[in-house]
Design a protein around this ligand. Structure first.
Ligand SMILES: NC(=O)c1ccc[n+]([C@@H]2O[C@H](COP(=O)([O-])OP(=O)(O)OC[C@H]3O[C@@H](n4cnc5c(N)ncnc54)[C@H](O)[C@@H]3O)[C@@H](O)[C@H]2O)c1
Length: 284
């Protein structure tokens, strides 16, 4: 079943969904964004608009291009409005039962050949696919935050995913200006499998070696060539998001370094969630 992707649906216009919708409209695709309420849908549009306007301010695009991109974005609270989509990318909260409910509904409302992709970071794509009658059309498309900025998209093949669905999603990601890579449906896929335990080790070193966050970041940027220090990176990811992903990876693979360090759990309790909270390892 060869699919040519013309119309894209995005479920959830939160941090990731709004970014993915932006990527999609910016690269010329009619895009339907679905939120749970009209207020959240408006907030999603405002995020997309703000980022597109920033690109105009920086001279990377024109006002006409911004307006045309925004014109390609339709918002809805009704999943049936995604009926005509060739590719639907789900970006709701990282909860298996919620994602399974969304996929079961998508299975009912979309065309049989439509590709249903999840942006899950740490859940099994195969488990999500089981909620549908067409696991061969279900794949993972794992974007990185912020989706309009970071080029990587992991195109995840679950055991039953069809090759043409993977290739169509890969081609779409390239058309959208991304750098896709293919991988299997294993916990953490590629980057998180490596990065989560690595960042946890970095945080443990703060206490073990008595290092300040700014010095640890200095050490890793100037000694290991990292483009950004690990504490700044955890602040950008969000302490809660990182802790959640660590717990999910640890549950599945059980390596000690995958468990979230005490220090991050304390920061989460204190609301020091990173950039989005105005305070994490650093004040913003
Ligand atoms: N934030 C990241 O760094 C990052 C990176 C890659 C992948 N992801 C994954 O992307 C997905 C979304 O993460 P996010 O950071 O954008 O989250 P977010 O909290 O910013 O957004 C969550 C979205 O889920 C929607 N939602 C909440 N309850 C819902 C319900 N009952 N029914 C339908 N929709 C509902 C919200 O309206 C919102 O649009 C998760 O699976 C996450 O693991 C996140």
């Amino acid at each position: 079943m060869a699919v040519s992707i013309r119309k894209v649906g995005v479920i959830g216009l939160g941090t990731m969904g709004a970014g993915i919708a932006q990527v999609s409209v910016q690269s010329g695709f009619e895009t339907v964004g679905r939120e749970v309420s009209a207020e959240l849908a408006d907030r999603g549009r405002a995020i997309v608009e703000r980022y597109l306007s920033r690109a105009v301010e920086k001279g990377r695009s024109t006002e006409a291009e911004r307006d045309a991109a925004l014109g390609r974005l339709t918002l809805t609270t009704d999943l049936t409005d995604l009926a005509g989509c060739d590719l639907v990318i789900e970006a709701v909260l990282e909860e298996l039962e919620l994602k399974r409910r969304v996929f079961a509904e998508l299975d009912r409302v979309t065309r049989p050949d439509a590709i249903l992709a999840t942006n899950t970071s740490a859940l099994s794509v195969a488990e999500i696919a089981k909620a549908t009658t067409r696991p061969e059309r279900v794949i993972g498309m794992h974007f990185f935050n912020p989706a309009p900025v970071l080029p990587l998209v992991e195109i995840v093949r679950a055991p039953k995913s069809a090759g043409d669905a993977i290739e169509a999603a890969y081609a779409w990601a390239e058309q959208a200006g991304k750098q896709p890579v293919r991988c299997k449906d294993t916990p953490g896929f590629i980057v998180n499998r490596i990065l989560i335990p690595l960042l946890n080790d970095c945080v443990r070193v703060l206490d073990e070696a008595g290092v300040q966050p700014a010095d640890l970041d200095k050490a890793m940027t100037s000694g290991a060539g990292w483009p950004m220090g690990p504490c700044a990176l955890v602040d950008l990811i969000g302490v809660d998001v990182h802790v959640h992903a660590s717990e999910a990876l640890h549950d599945k693979l059980g390596e000690p370094s995958m468990a979230p360090p005490e220090r991050l759990l304390r920061m989460q309790e204190e609301g020091r969630l990173g950039r989005k909270a105005g305070r994490g390892f650093y004040e913003y």
